[in-house]
Design a binder for this molecule. Structure first.
Ligand code: ZN
Length: 119
């Protein structure tokens, strides 16, 4: 079963953020409470980047996915061919330990059609 996503919810205005944030982006201040949300989303937009990256290779796909509870997340789409908007995706967050540039988060979207093939 896929892992729930780490998130935070504002105790004042209920704004939901994933990955978790220490401050409410709506300006309420230090009112965020840690929570989890389901790892499901729907791809809102995507594009293939053709500029090589040392970590991601010669080409890679990025996009935005809407979470049913509210947040629109940016991340890498795990697919070779362009994935169309409206495709259901499983969302995974990879949180690194703090290093010299701080804590890094990588968000990945796995289209449901690929999960079914790989299952
Ligand atoms: Zn708030």
């Amino acid at each position: 079963m896929p892992e729930d996503l780490a998130a935070s919810r504002c105790d004042s205005c209920s704004h939901l953020s994933s990955p978790p944030q220490g401050y409410c982006p709506e300006g309420c201040g230090d009112t965020m409470v840690e929570t989890v949300i389901s790892p499901e989303g729907v791809l809102y937009a995507s594009t293939v980047i053709h500029v090589p990256h040392p970590e991601f290779g010669e080409r890679y796909q990025v996009g935005y996915a809407d979470h049913p509870e509210g947040p629109r997340l940016f991340g890498h789409v795990e697919a070779d061919a362009l994935v169309e908007p409206g495709t259901r995706v499983r969302v995974a967050l990879e949180l690194s330990d703090d290093d010299e540039v701080g804590r890094r988060v990588r968000t990945r979207f796995v289209p449901h059609t690929q999960q079914e093939v790989g299952a």
